[in-house]
Design a protein around this ligand. Structure first.
Ligand code: ACO
Length: 428
């Protein structure tokens, strides 16, 4: 039997259906509230608002649980395979051998960019932020593959998804090569997803980059841990843009822009800048934590806190362990890891962070791993975007297929002038 709640206003009661998720989460369906009562709900920042029902990713922020299509993310850490996870998120179940092999062939086939697209890179200044290039070039894909703007069936969707997942890494690598004034390196169809990306990033015309298994595994895991996170800012943006029936490329391009900000994906860059600042001796970890607690400063402890997790972010737990073992395997010592550990230790004992339930998030250790793999800091958020793309695609498609899906259009409480008259300029 369906449960209901009720709201009482001006001595009138209104019944509201309670929606129950498969993990027992409850939500009030207020879709009819305004037409019945004249009331809307107000929730700036959507702190308490569910925007959709989704079967892709489950998070229990209080318990520190994250599952993709039901599978705990820890289970992907044993032998990380990003392509398998991308398929799982997008199509709903782990691929069969046949599906997997076909998808890999598609990704290999579509790795090249149209030669016309290459000229666009030349138009960007050398110091252009790679996230700006990524967003622009993903959008530009709709100019070069117009047939994929109208996705009518699962086959054309699969085609568009494969192209996007494959080409995004070529675009990312070319953005980096352009910033360095280096020649573009074509994708190599004999290489797997991550080694091919690293080849386009770091090979020279006269010398092939050899991607070690350590690098392949570490980067694959990093991409997997970023692959989806239900209704986060960038994914909600993709769904919002897609709700107007904008095409997949335009929607994902908007997702890149949303991810760019330092409160979201851009935090991985901000964390490294913070650690470098401490390393350069401008501040001690204790000073930094003190400043982050000071409400008169704009400073936050970057890589700490999360809207949903009020416990350890399970991704941060995995990355914290990985950072240590990758550095060991690569025989590297990064003083920034010691500083990060010190900051974590101080913050986790400080009542300010304890009371507010602020723990390290995914961005706290990811930058240290990316540095060890040789990825330049400017490219960190781009790496996040490559990882998050399967999630964006999965959500775009889920929404596209939901019967009765409507354009996203929130309401507001107006607080401006009440009616007043226009005044000609001479009288102002
Ligand atoms: N350092 C210091 N104080 C913090 C931090 C932090 N990193 N994060 C939150 N707080 C404080 C806030 O000042 C606020 O304190 P108050 O109650 O005294 O006013 C309280 O904790 C709650 O914080 P909100 O900003 O209201 O939490 P919200 O859910 O809106 O924001 C966010 C979450 C944006 C992640 C925030 O914790 C933050 O800015 N963290 C640093 C940036 C970061 O690491 N972003 C990456 C997030 S993960 C991702 O997107 C991939």
């Amino acid at each position: 039997m369906n449960e209901t709640a009720s709201i009482t206003f001006a001595e009138q009661s209104y019944d509201i259906d309670v929606i129950k998720g498969s993990e027992g989460e409850l939500g009030l369906d207020i879709g009819q509230l305004r037409s019945k009562s004249g009331l809307i709900t107000l929730d700036p920042g959507y702190v308490n608002t569910g925007s959709c029902q989704s079967a892709i990713t489950f998070i229990d922020g209080e318990a520190g649980i994250l599952r993709y299509r039901g599978i705990p993310i820890e289970q992907f850490a044993q032998s990380p395979n990003f392509i398998e996870v991308a398929w799982l998120l997008i199509f709903g179940s782990l691929p069969t051998r046949h599906e997997y092999d076909d998808f890999v062939v598609d990704l290999r086939k579509h790795a090249n960019l149209d030669e016309g697209m290459k000229h666009h890179f030349e138009g960007f200044p050398r110091n252009a932020p790679p996230m700006a290039i990524l967003s622009a070039m993903i959008n530009a894909l709709s100019c070069f593959y117009p047939e994929l703007m109208k996705i009518e069936d699962p086959e054309s969707f699969r085609n568009a998804a494969a192209r996007l997942i494959s080409k995004v890494r070529t675009i990312a690598a070319y953005a980096f090569r352009h910033s360095m004034g280096l020649p573009f390196i074509y994708p190599d169809p004999t290489l797997r997803y991550v080694p091919n990306f690293m080849h386009m990033m770091f090979s020279q015309p006269y010398q092939q980059y050899e991607c070690s298994e350590t690098v392949n595994t570490a980067l694959s895991l990093l991409l997997i841990l970023h692959a989806d996170h239900e209704q986060n800012c960038s994914t909600s943006t993709v769904r919002m843009v897609g709700s107007s029936q904008a095409n997949l490329f335009a929607s994902c391009s908007a997702g890149v822009s949303a991810l760019w900000g330092p409160l979201h994906g851009g935090a991985n860059v901000a964390v490294i800048r913070m650690l470098e600042q401490i390393h350069e001796g401008n501040m001690t970890p204790e000073d930094y934590v003190k400043l982050a607690k000071d409400k008169n400063s704009d400073v936050r402890l970057m890589g700490f806190g999360h809207r949903v997790y009020k416990n350890f972010d399970p991704r941060a737990k995995i990355l914290s362990e990985q950072a240590q073992s990758i550095l060991r395997e690569m025989k590297l010592h990064d003083p920034l890891l010691d500083i990060a550990r010190k900051l974590e230790e101080i913050a986790l004992q400080d009542p300010y962070f304890v009371e507010r339930k602020l723990y390290p998030n995914v961005d706290f250790y990811s930058g240290i791993i990316l540095r060890a793999l040789g990825i330049p800091t400017d490219m960190f958020t781009v790496m996040f975007a490559i990882g998050r793309l399967p999630g964006w695609i999965a959500h775009w498609w889920e929404q596209h297929q939901t019967p009765g899906s409507r354009i996203s259009r929130p309401r507001q409480i107006y607080t401006g002038n009440t009616k007043m008259d226009y005044m000609p300029i001479e009288q102002r």
